[in-house]
Design a binder for this molecule. Sequence first.
Ligand SMILES: NC(=O)C1=CN([C@@H]2O[C@H](COP(=O)(O)OP(=O)(O)OC[C@H]3O[C@@H](n4cnc5c(N)ncnc54)[C@H](OP(=O)(O)O)[C@@H]3O)[C@@H](O)[C@H]2O)[C@H](O)CC1
Ligand SMILES: [K+]
Length: 532
Amino acid sequence: MSELLTVAQMREAEALAMREKRASGRELMERAGAGVVEAICGHWPDLVPGAPHAVVLCGPGNNGGDGFVVARLLAQRGWQVEVFFMGDAERLSADARAMHDEWSALGPVKHIDDTGTGERPDLLVDAVFGIGLSRPIPAEVPAAVAAVRSRRGGGALKLVAVDCPSGFDVDRGQYLAGPVTSAEDLGEWMTPDLCVTFHRPKPGHMLSEGAGAVLKVVDIGIGTPFSTDPAALVATPKAPDALRLISPDTQGTGGWYNHVTGLRAARHKYERGHVLVLAGGVGQGGAARMAARAALRVGAGLVSIGVPQAAIAEHAAQLNAIMLRVVIEGHDLRHMLEDERLRCIVLGPGLGMRRAAMLVPAALSVRRACVLDADALTAFADHPARLFEMLHDRAILTPHDGEFRRLFPDITQAMPETGRIEAARAAAARAGCTVLLKGAATVIARPDGCASIHSALRERAVPWLGTAGAGDVLAGLIAGLLATSEPEALDVLGAAELGTWLHVEAARTFGPGLIAEDLPEMLPQLFRRMGV
Ligand SMILES: NC(=O)C1=CN([C@@H]2O[C@H](COP(=O)(O)OP(=O)(O)OC[C@H]3O[C@@H](n4cnc5c(N)ncnc54)[C@H](OP(=O)(O)O)[C@@H]3O)[C@@H](O)[C@H]2O)[C@H](O)CC1
Ligand SMILES: [K+]
């Protein structure tokens, strides 16, 4: 399965596994600790032969329990290990106490305030707080990490977080700033080199690199192991309130593409769908042309650009397979949409406010797949409710943060509290259509709460995708994928997930130096690699 679990869902999964006697709490803790040690030794193989020195910070809960397991297993592998404990052994859970006692048979449990003295450490394991964090962390924790770091002298101290960095809210993907004045300060001392979590990633792991530069998910035997296989994504039901991760391995994604588009069965271009991209006035046509080219490349059978009469020459000089239609007023568009072979409409890229205000109502007057981006969103910033009352469930909004803020000011204001995922869900519920909130961690949400995250972080980071026109191309990719579906088989979320992934994968394939026009041109080689 490729779904993410919130803290509450993780606790349910653990409790169910224990209720069904698939594992005891102690076995889960032992497996968790063993998984952390495997990940450490796998991540730093050259550390192991030299009897490295590890400092393990254990907290008052079961995260601390995991830490005691890690300490024992590292010591049994010949590491020098020091354990510092913040808590009261008498108040530990039975499982954590048992692990505390097993470690105690090998070495002392020191107080976390004493971390300033000792040998030069190679690695620090943060097992102070995990998913049980309920409030900002006490000052002793950052102080302890700083003290251990100061013992290091030169060279970087390797930081490992058990389940998540202490102080990090794994549902929202942000630090709970506490004694340290800002998340930046927290992030500075605790952006781990390696974070090892269990059973499933949590949303925060995929929303922010603050959770760790490298993320490992360890199976501890409480259910179907986490998988980034594309077939797992296809198999994961789009249930209300489900949270899906769209960061599959490229290998085997051809099946995913064919599942979303059904193009293997398409016989002629009309079966592959016709996309209409509405363009702005003279000299404003580039964005629409990029969206149109992306739609055609990704799989649509036909693509037309709807332009004002005066802009015909500008477009005609630059287009071949993409057709041109004159669309002046809303009634021109309504007339065109009587042709049901026009399966998807794109409004926004370079459209201009005036044309957007005029054409969006016409486009939404029929329940046709529709991608609204850029000007089609900003044109309604002063009266979002007017847009929401026209929207339907075959539309998708693709705002970046600024456009999102203009359409959903109150939801944006609440975002530090609710987190990005709940914000996107609230927006989708209000708009009555799918909302794709763009970012390095793009969140896509449906009105029923089903949501997906595409995490272009860590090894999937593509900073060079921040280039003019990239958003226009994304709108075209999603539109092209939507057009390949028969209206009654439309899966807006599924098309948006694949479009988002292709957008980043094309950028990863091209690499630095990318400009938006390059993106559609990367698709053929990407499709070959995917096995489309
Ligand atoms: N069988 C299992 O459940 C497994 C759990 N795993 C590991 O366990 C943690 C979750 O353990 P939990 O005990 O629920 O929570 P934590 O260890 O993260 O810490 C919570 C304890 O710390 C106290 N707390 C919380 N916030 C603060 C704070 N800011 N300052 C001080 N103390 C704090 C809290 O006390 P309360 O006062 O809030 O009640 C708890 O005592 C999970 O992350 C895994 O690492 C295993 O890995 C798998 C099996
Ligand atoms: K931790």
